[in-house]
Design a binder for this molecule. Structure first.
Ligand code: SIN
Length: 181
């Protein structure tokens, strides 16, 4: 399978898994080889504030690793508007990249994926897991709490039967912090 002239695929690996909020005619669990999901991107506009950024996921190159998410097929008549909408939603440092996805029900598709690379203005990068968990626990923005973003993502990954050590360890740590408060 590949992009036909009249539709386009987008790969979601973060909030686009559990809250796509876009029109699509088909969706499928999908995987992208060579990348890992990391809470290394700052969120100043959705799950944090400029003076107190939250953390959201981006993809980092990781040879041999596989990132599981969702692929959505956007119908031709709304492709342009939908990518404008997604560009706006992902404006805090993400850019569109081409990606070849393996669909869980078989076959591959060419898709677009939003990645926030190390050079973008909102990039925060790696930090000890305890610090990431604390920052996520305390941050909130116009789209809601950073905690909700993390818990919703972990839940969605479990439903997809996708194990992600980084996400699940952060989930464990923020729930521990929550218990202490
Ligand atoms: C995505 O979900 O694919 C991009 C990152 C996000 O919006 O959480």
């Amino acid at each position: 399978m590949s992009n036909s002239a009249d539709s386009a695929w987008v790969f979601g690996y973060g909030s686009l898994i559990w809250n796509p909020d876009i029109p699509y005619t088909e969706s499928c669990r999908a995987s992208l080889t060579g990348y890992s999901r990391r809470f290394w991107q700052g969120s100043h506009d959705h799950r944090g504030l400029p003076e107190k950024p939250g953390r959201v996921v981006t993809l980092v190159p990781a040879p041999g690793e596989i990132c599981v998410g969702m692929a959505y097929r956007i119908p031709c008549d709304v492709v342009r508007d939908t990518f404008e909408q997604l560009d706006h939603r992902e404006k805090n440092g993400y850019q569109r990249h081409q990606a070849r996805l393996d669909l869980s029900h078989g076959g591959t598709v060419d898709s677009l994926v939003y990645i926030a690379d190390t050079q973008n203005f909102a990039y925060l990068g790696d930090a000890p897991m305890a610090d990431l968990a604390r920052q996520i626990y305390h941050a909130a923005g116009p789209s809601g709490s950073n905690l909700h973003y993390l818990l919703a993502l972990a839940d969605a990954l479990r439903k997809l039967n996708a194990h992600d050590e980084h996400v699940f360890e952060l989930e464990y740590r923020v729930l521990q912090i929550q218990k202490e408060h």
